[in-house]
Design a binder for this molecule. Structure first.
Ligand SMILES: O=C(O)CCC(=O)C(=O)O
Ligand SMILES: [Fe+2]
Length: 186
């Protein structure tokens, strides 16, 4: 079975769409649970207008990936859930919104709690500290709102030139969905 890297930074892990889990699991999770929550928490980042995602599991282990450098996600919003297994280290750290990595002086450290997730803006500078012992597996869902990224690419901070592609691609669209009224969701 052909297998891609979860993203351009992590070498170990798996893309959920390659396991056939987008339609039965990730899209309902985004539409039914994450979008209403994100609409309330981050309306300014397209929280109420999520229309695609890139979901993957990242794996850290001795002899494999150990840490993740400071970066922004190719996402308007991100969910990061600690799945396990047993490990020390690997804490997430956060800086400012689109802050230059060189200006990161006092990051906020967030320890993983297995079974719990962290929601953050994709443009919030962040990274993961080195793994100490064990194996760490996290589910990461990059949530995308075409209404936001069609105007301003989160990676280059410019208006994107669109080219045709298949699937969710990178979340850009030629047409945008209508806004969702969160009060109407049940
Ligand atoms: O290693 C982690 O838990 C962070 C992963 C992350 O920031 C990402 O995949 O964008
Ligand atoms: Fe990230």
């Amino acid at each position: 079975m052909p297998k891609g890297r979860p993203n351009t930074m992590n070498n170990y892990g798996v893309l959920l769409h390659e396991l056939g889990l987008d339609e039965p699991l990730m899209t309902p999770l985004r539409e039914r649970f994450l979008q209403p929550l994100m609409a309330l928490l981050y309306p300014d980042c397209g929280g109420g207008r999520l229309d695609s995602h890139r979901a993957f599991v990242v794996k850290y282990a001795l002899g494999q990936d150990l840490e993740l450098g400071c970066h922004y996600d190719n996402a308007e919003l991100t969910l990061n859930v600690a799945l396990g297994k047993v490990f020390t280290g690997g804490a997430l750290y956060f800086g400012g919104f689109f802050q230059a990595p060189t200006a990161l002086t006092e990051p906020l450290e967030v320890e993983h709690v297995v079974g719990q997730g962290v929601l953050h803006r994709g443009g919030q500078l962040h990274g993961a500290r080195p793994l100490g012992t064990g194996e760490r597996w996290n589910l990461v869902v990059w949530l995308r709102a075409s209404a936001v990224r069609n105007r301003l690419c989160p990676m280059c901070r410019c208006e994107p030139d669109l080219v045709d592609d298949e699937g969710f691609s990178d979340g850009f669209t030629r047409e945008e969905p209508t806004a969702v009224d969160v009060c109407a969701l049940t």
